[in-house]
Write a protein that binds this ligand. Sequence first.
Ligand code: PMP
Ligand code: GLN
Length: 432
Amino acid sequence: MSRRFIQMYKTCFDKFRLPKRYQGSTQSVWNEYTQLFIEYQPLSLAHGFTDSPVPKYITDTLAATAKSSNHLLNQYTRDSGHPRLVHALSAMYSKLIDRQIDPFNEILVTAGAYEGLYAAIHSHIEDGDECIVIEPSFDSYAPVVKMCGGVVRYIPLRMKNPNNGIISSGDYVLDDTELEEVFNSKTKMIIINTPNNPLGKVFNRAEMTKIANLCIKYNVLCVTDEVYEWMVYDDNEHVRICSLPGMWERTITIGSAGKALAVTGWKTGWAYGPANLIAHLQIVHQNCVGTNVTPLQEAISIVFEDEFKRLESPECYFNTLRLELQAKRDFMINVLKEAKMEPIIPQGGYFILADWTALEDKVDLSSETDPQRDYRFTKWMIKNIGLQAIPPSAFFNEENKKLMENFVRFCFVRKDENLQKAADILKNWTSK
Ligand code: PMP
Ligand code: GLN
């Protein structure tokens, strides 16, 4: 190569580098593990979406909408959210939080919860603002805070009851002193996620009240990611922090139709909260997504209107899904215990973390080069036993990655036959 060509290449490379605001962000675990799936075709208990068919009445609703004689249902709709959908969401959440939500000013429909989170952070975090992130945390939060010039203050959930035998996600708690210390005059925002991905922790009312009191004391905005709000097991309760005293005016709640209706490919979510806060999200949304997909919003409205009418009935989809998932969770708990992977019993969500330390002598991780042990272990599993799971260190910052390197995350929203296949794979491997 001529010197001139190298010089030209370097100049272009320099000019077209990733802008500073994104530097430090690396490929997400989802990108990397989707590629591994394509390459090795393992049985996947990795990504958070179901492998079962979506109920026919849900897909029929979408098909009928696309073919409707109302041809406008295939055109742009209102930027901040299709009128029928914001009305359906307003009816549902007004009842759940016992407060009238204004459909046109207090709700924004987004391209999945991802965009709701992105818009909430982008429209409220400025240079030097501090944002508290509770770990393990969904991996999109911290990079977005940083690209807005914000400073992330991490606080890990710590196990409080290590010796009681059965470990539940409820045994992972925030230390009161650590929590108080992480708040200060620069704190602008806290991001919470309940039920939590990947731990399955469902924050109880007392825990929520402590966080709420600190938000009020330090005048902090609370962004609450509640995409798994319908998947809460046993006698655990999903507490919406926006309904606690003094919290509505400082809370943005994020939801997802993809998760609620098990149609993650529909990529439709929302943010709701007081009009002054939601107006800021709309500013970010209007020049990025603009308008969300109209037929999807119409179909989701129809399904929500119907489900909302039968919310108390066992036939309501949210209730049938929850019971189905609880049975799958219990099946996986037994499978993992038999395989000597000690599970943390999730109170909600559809992921289960399991400790694989007891299986160390059954793996040879020397061929894998990743710095984190759980990445090496999950890659070993894909290549050697044909089973895919997610390394939980992806949900921690550099300093805290070690906290869950001995764990692996399995997704249990899978057909029973595929959970059985996973059980067989683990049994064949671990009983040798
Ligand atoms: N938050 C959490 C905790 C998630 O697990 C996910 C991914 N399912 C999202 C947000 C993004 O959801 P959506 O697919 O609606 O964008
Ligand atoms: N949220 C999903 C999970 O936790 C994955 C999201 C994605 O694939 N980008 O599995």
